[in-house]
Ligand binder design. Structure first.
Ligand code: NAD
Length: 368
């Protein structure tokens, strides 16, 4: 079976048909006036901003890089030259409040270590700017609640950098879950990990909130919740495996295995690790299955098969589509598919998994 899909179908799958209809440039051809571009400030200029988000902001249609928040003025000036924004829109972590007077910036994207997300997102909201936060939203549900309250008080929009909502394979997973062509997904399996050879903040309890569960396991949680139409599991169990590099994973887990159970009898078994390279996800339903065999949660998802045959979709720039979609949400008032509440849901699941690993018991997930 030929699974190549048309551009229209592809965009529909990504939920972008609305965006296309509202996009004069895309809909009416090259001579159409350019779309209004909102200004985005990146908060934190580490790896993800440098390698993914900055370059993606050169491809976006509805937003562009307009400022940065950085600990290094020199680095900020280099970014201003490279991306062509005013040096007036360079901020330090202590001067985020001054963004309030900067008309060039509409949205600020928090890309700092997890343990700083809440502090930085609240500062952005208080400055009256819309917020995108990298995953995981925060270290704890309590921090998520503080961010949501700050956004509500400041009347700004929020979203999480769940880029896979703009990947066509993950869109197909959600479509299968929604339309139930194979029936409801009942069994899921997966793993995600990489080998950390030297200590990094990602293994630090205070800065990362935990180990690979916070950084990588969250993708498996996302995949499973997509397969269950957004529903959180009711119960979890978990166990931490013995550490092979206690010099790296000092106060956080190195490898964690956990299960998730839904009220309809569906279950999932997952592993995440900082000492193994893997990245798979499989969901089975009574009448069919989908199997992400390689790079299940990567920037370019690869080798996805279903019980009907292999899937072959174009590989979009997930981050560019994600940021354009949020800019459109801000402009039109439309709801984002990846709101802060989803980030909070995932932290509630993560907290239950850590409780289960500590207690050795089956723990209830408390999402409210
Ligand atoms: P990184 O270490 O490369 O960058 C972190 C940035 O935060 C640096 O610029 C650093 O200077 C700054 N920072 C500010 N205060 C700091 C402090 N007290 N300690 C350490 N750094 C401090 O990390 P990264 O890979 O860019 O990750 C940043 C965030 O993005 C994380 O939340 C991570 O989970 C997320 N991320 C998401 C994806 C994705 O695919 N969605 C991919 C990579 C990272």
């Amino acid at each position: 079976m030929n699974n190549a899909i048309s551009r229209r179908r592809f965009l529909e799958q990504l939920g972008l048909a609305v965006a296309v209809a509202q996009a004069p440039g895309w809909a009416r051809g090259a001579d159409a006036p350019p779309a209004k571009q909102l200004g985005v400030a990146l908060v934190g200029l580490g790896n993800y901003s440098t390698r993914q988000l900055g370059p993606a902001l050169r491809e976006t249609k509805f937003c562009r890089l307009a400022g940065v928040v950085t600990g290094s003025r020199e680095k900020g000036e280099q970014w201003a030259r490279d991306y062509g924004f005013s040096p007036k829109s360079i901020y330090s972590y202590d001067t985020i409040a001054r963004m309030a007077d900067d008309p060039a910036i509409d949205i600020a994207y928090v890309v700092t270590p997890n343990g700083l997300h809440a502090e930085h997102a609240i500062a952005v909201a208080k400055a009256g700017k819309h917020v995108i936060m990298e995953k995981p939203m925060c270290n704890t549900v309590a921090e998520c609640d503080a961010v949501l309250a700050a956004c509500k008080a400041a009347k700004v929009r929020h979203s999480i950098g769940y880029r896979l909502f703009w990947d066509p394979y993950h869109a197909e997973l959600r479509r299968l879950a929604r339309e139930q062509e194979f029936g409801a997904f009942k069994q899921m399996k997966g793993d995600r990990g990489f080998v950390m050879s030297t200590w990094r903040w990602r293994a630090d309890k205070k800065l990362a909130g935990g180990g690979p569960l916070m950084d990588l396991g969250i993708y498996l949680i996302q995949g499973a919740c997509m397969a269950k139409n957004g529903a959180a599991p009711a119960f979890v169990t978990a166990r931490e495996l013995p550490k092979t590099r206690p010099d790296i994973s000092r106060d956080t887990e190195e490898t964690l295995q956990w299960t998730m159970e839904w009220p309809d009898g569906a279950s999932a078994e997952f592993t995440t690790s900082y000492q193994q390279n893997f990245d798979h996800f499989r969901a089975e339903a009574p009448k069919g299955w989908i199997d992400f065999k390689e790079h299940a949660f990567g920037y370019k998802v690869g080798a996805v098969e279903t019980s009907r045959g292999p899937l072959q979709y174009p590989a979009p720039n997930q981050q560019a589509l994600q940021m354009d979609d949020f800019a459109q949400c801000v402009e039109t008032g439309r709801a984002t598919p990846v709101p802060g509440e989803m980030g909070r849901r995932d932290l509630a699941i993560i907290e239950a998994i850590y409780r289960a690993a500590a207690s050795g018991r089956r723990e209830a997930v408390k999402t409210t």
